[in-house]
Design a protein. Structure first.
Length: 270
């Protein structure tokens, strides 16, 4: 790895189906993160639109202009931006797309959520991705995931085996699964000896027949030893900032050789 990354985590409440309002908020947060000297600012899952199944197909067809605006915000503030957004890039179908923008406004990495959350019928309304994404960022190899992906350790292990030392994880995790979130982000960091930046929403969202959910925040940065670098509260919008030393990844992997000590000859994965 070999670089110190200053990262800001933008825990926010998302205005459903109002991308303009969310972009204005995101621009303010990105500007503040840049003022703090951050290299990267991370937003939650579907941070420009929320999950409005009745409107998402229409909105998705108009989202490229929103993507272009986020790119401009990155360029204007000379800051990298992470977060998942609604797009129609998967064959014209709505998809939950994690885009990592560079400080020059270019798309450095694109990952479409591959594990769709059937509990909220995401699989009925969005197209799943079929490829993973690791970016050679200035601070080191950085992998992209989205929310429900955190329950699939194979994905994170694959990223670790490619040399990634940091995973960016935008999320919309609601009650009553706060305990799961706390354990899972830490477990993925410990077992793969990597940093995990989990950026969650706060506020409420109404899924109609599926009921109303309340997002619990608790956005956090977890280091490769499983320690919490920084953590947000459960209800308020917050912009957290921390400096993380990516050298820690190599140091821990060299000291405790978990990845080298695997026995893939014994594992049966289907």
């Amino acid at each position: 790895m070999g670089a110190v990354l200053r990262v800001s985590v933008a825990q926010m409440s998302v205005a459903r189906s109002r991308p303009g309002e969310n972009i204005e908020k995101g621009e303010r947060l990105a500007r503040e993160a840049a003022a703090r000297g951050s290299d990267l600012v991370c937003f939650p899952e579907m941070w420009t639109t929320g999950f409005d199944w009745d409107e998402n197909e229409r909105i998705a067809s108009e989202q490229e202009k929103t993507v272009h605006r986020v790119a401009a915000i990155a360029r204007e503030n000379a800051i990298w931006i992470s977060g998942s957004m609604l797009t129609d890039r998967e064959g014209g179908r709505p998809s939950n797309t994690h885009i990592l923008f560079g400080a020059d406004g270019e798309e450095k990495g694109v990952y479409t959520k591959s594990h769709l959350f059937t509990m909220i019928h995401e699989d009925e309304h969005e197209a799943a991705g079929s490829t993973l994404c690791v970016v050679d960022a200035p601070w080191g190899k950085t992998a992209l995931a989205v929310c429900y992906d955190v329950r699939f350790p194979e994905l994170f292990r694959t990223y670790a085996l490619t040399g990634a030392g940091l995973v960016l994880l935008p999320a919309a995790f609601p009650h009553p699964r706060m305990g799961h979130w706390k354990v899972l982000v830490r477990a993925r960091a410990i077992e793969n000896q990597m940093f995990v930046v989990g950026t969650n929403q706060v506020g409420k969202e109404d899924f109609g027949p599926g009921g109303e959910v309340t997002y619990f925040g608790d956005s956090s940065v977890i280091d490769p030893w499983g320690e919490t670098v920084v953590e947000a509260g459960e209800t308020d919008e917050e912009l957290l900032t921390a400096a993380i030393d990516l050298d820690m990844v190599d140091e821990i992997r060299a000291k405790m050789t978990v990845l080298r000590d695997r026995r893939p000859d014994l594992y049966e994965l289907d």
